[in-house]
Ligand binder design. Sequence first.
Ligand SMILES: [Mg+2]
Length: 364
Amino acid sequence: MSKQIILCVDDEVMILNALKAELKNIFLGDYLIEVTESGQDALDLIDELQASNYAIPLVISDYLMPEMKGDEVLQRIHQKLPNAIKIMLTGHATIEGVANAIKYAMLYRYIAKPWHHADFKLTVTEALHKYLQDQNIAQKNAALTELNLQQAELIKQLHKKELHLQQLNERLQAALTAELKLKELSVEQQETNRQLMALSTTDALTNIPNRRRFDEFLALEWQRVLCEGQSIALAMLDVDFFKKYNDHYGHQAGDECLRKIAAVLKETISNEDHLVARYGGEEFAFLCPSTSLEIVLSLAKNICENVENLNLEHELSTLKTVTVSIGVAIVSPNPQQKSATLVKSADDALYLAKSQGRNQVVLA
Ligand SMILES: [Mg+2]
């Protein structure tokens, strides 16, 4: 950094020399001392010095000068050097002149001529000290302003990021909600499918499995027992004189009768591995895979008895009550056999049970 300059303005060369000598003595070469004999020269010199990037922290000006008085000189210098400290040095200043300098040039001190050396030294030393302090404060203020700007920018970026994060969060929340909804829909769909499946394999009148379910179960179990070398038993069941029952008591009573028989079947055949189904019309069936013949026959006899014990009046039956006939067939299938043969055997046995007087179980 180049040396700083103290500028002195006075129309008397003697005074200028004295000032120069005294200032050099005070600052011992820390500052360059420039002098001019008029206000205009001072202004021109300031322009030159500023163009060469010199700093001018202190200006000392006389008041009484022929062309431009000290208050005007300082006022015009103040326009060029607002931060420089200005001191007025004269024995003939008017109050108005000093007041102007204070008002328009931020006059720092007024020193009377002839000056007291100690007072002069103290004044210029303090003036330069003040200048340095002001510069320091200005630099700190500038740094603080810069910091504030940076902080404001950081806060702005932070808000931007927060907003972005919030948007991301909202999108995530929406995606999660959509996924959850999808899962709920999927569960609902599965339940609907299950209900539809159950409906499609359930007999609407009796609420037990229908013929479709019977066929599926038979096909599946037939393959299983074939693979495992086990047996499968089928009982075909027919309501005795059901056509006459319907004709005599009406179709609504006939339906009710079928519902009661289905209920007996469901209660009697409680093993989950067995299947009870409405085969068609007044025909029912039950399938017992991997079950001994003894148990199957016992179940069939129980059904006959339990239906008879319902004591449903049937005037047109020889037995005067609703009964059922049951044909039972059992087979350990070989690969050449079809499940239809089992159905045929059970049907034949059912025909026999009918022809032998009904309300009985016949084994094929
Ligand atoms: Mg003078």
